[in-house]
Each structure stands twice: as structure tokens, then as C-alpha cells.
Design a protein around this ligand. Structure first.
Ligand code: DC
Length: 209
């Protein structure tokens, strides 16, 4: 069983992916971490603008060394969105993601192009979204707990910028696959969103037999 979860920044897809994987006993890959790790390497070497260097960083990426705690920063999200727009970087990460998806026990992958490009034959496809304002509010609350200078307006502007770049790029843009089921979490808490996702997965599995 392969569960593909796509959606924009701060839509809650990562949290959902992790919980669904834990609940169903499946492996989970947050594919945003791959692009974040590529961006982190490029920034450390001062080569963020260099397409060939970012593609090389993607080719030599070791999934075993991904460190979510260091990779999930706002600055790396923005830099990840820049390197992720490059065809060469995306191409270098396709096989790795497909191998992960094909593991015998099944897997949950979340990202931007899982249902459209990486796993077009996924058992279940979810497109998780929420309004930009709701996503910004959630991200702002997380940030404000650590940083008293955090600004809601700045977070909202960042969300709009990332949405535009991730949806507007030529290669594998953020898009809902035709057969993906939309889950709008704007009015839902984490528990409600999780239950709604499980209901969708159960219904899709039943339909597929
Ligand atoms: O999901 P995230 O915020 O960790 O992703 C960071 C950036 O990486 C996002 O702005 C776009 C890019 N990304 C992508 O292009 N394709 C994916 N499958 C996952 C992430």
C-alpha cells in the first residue's frame, strides 16, 4: 500500500503523514526534507545559485543522515523551494523516492508531486490544504513560542511566496492529481483532520478492493 499526500507549505500534511504511517504501520518519508537537505548543503558551501552544484548535492544525498530538527527551519524551507524548482535537482531525487515507496511493507510519502509524478499509481492520494491565513496562523503560533519577534504578516507573506513558487514552476509543480481526494483542514483540529484522513483512506481501500 502506498499513500501519497501532497499539499502546500504548512498545510499539516507532514503531521498527518507521520500519524497515518504510525497508525497503519507503514514507513514514512517527508520528501520536503530531501529538498531541505540539498538546500542546506548548498548554503553551507555558498553555491545556492549554482544549478549543477545543487544537482550534484541531490545525487549524493544520503537519506540515512537527514536530521529533521536542523532541516525544518523557515530559512531552509525558502531555500528548499528555490532548489526544488530545478529540473536537474528533481530528476536526481526521483529514484530514491520511488525505491522508498516500493518497500515491501508499504509507505506514506508526503510532498508536492507524490500523487502526480513520483507515485502516480499510489493506493490512496490525498491533497491536504488550508487557507493561506489558517496556515500562516498555525506556523506563526509555532514560531512565536520560540521567538517573541515573530510576525504573522511576515509568515503570511512567506506562505504566499512559497505557494507561488511551488505551484508556478515548470517541473512537477504543486498540483492536485485528478484522482486525489481533497482534505481542507482550515476548520479542523489535528485530531479531526487525522480522523478525516483515515476515513478517506479506508473508503479508497474498500473501493479498490
Ligand atoms: O514540505 P516542506 O515545506 O518541507 O518543503 C520545502 C520545499 O521543498 C517546498 O517549498 C517545495 C519543495 N518540495 C518539493 O518541491 N517537492 C516535494 N515533494 C517536497 C518539497
Amino acid at each position: 500500500m502506498i499513500i501519497a499526500i501532497d499539499g502546500p507549505a504548512a498545510s499539516g500534511k507532514g503531521t498527518l503523514g507521520k500519524r497515518i504511517a504510525g497508525h497503519l504501520g507503514l514507513a514514512h518519508l517527508d520528501t520536503g526534507l530531501l529538498y531541505r537537505a540539498v538546500a542546506a548543503q548548498c548554503l553551507a558551501r555558498g553555491v545556492l545559485d549554482d544549478v549543477a552544484a545543487s544537482a550534484e548535492a541531490a545525487r549524493s544525498l544520503d537519506v540515512g543522515t537527514l536530521d529533521p530538527a536542523h532541516l525544518r527551519t523557515g530559512a531552509l524551507g525558502e531555500a528548499a523551494s528555490v532548489v526544488a524548482a530545478r529540473r536537474e535537482v528533481r530528476a536526481a531525487l526521483v529514484d530514491l523516492q520511488r525505491r522508498f515507496a516500493a518497500r515491501p511493507g508499504g509507505a506514506v510519502l508526503d510532498g508536492r508531486d507524490i500523487g502526480t509524478v513520483i507515485c502516480p499509481d499510489a493506493t490512496v492520494k490525498l491533497f491536504v490544504t488550508a487557507s493561506p491565513e489558517v496556515r500562516a496562523e498555525r506556523r506563526f503560533k509555532e514560531l512565536a513560542a520560540r521567538d517573541p519577534l515573530a510576525s504573522y504578516e511576515a509568515v503570511l507573506a512567506d506562505i504566499h511566496k512559497r505557494d507561488a513558487r511551488d505551484s508556478g514552476r515548470a517541473t512537477a509543480p504543486l498540483a492536485r492529481a485528478d484522482d486525489a481526494i481533497l482534505l481542507d483542514t482550515s476548520g479542523l483540529g489535528i485530531e479531526e483532520a487525522f480522523q478525516a484522513a483515515l476515513d478517506i483512506i479506508e473508503a479508497a481501500r474498500t473501493r479498490r478492493g
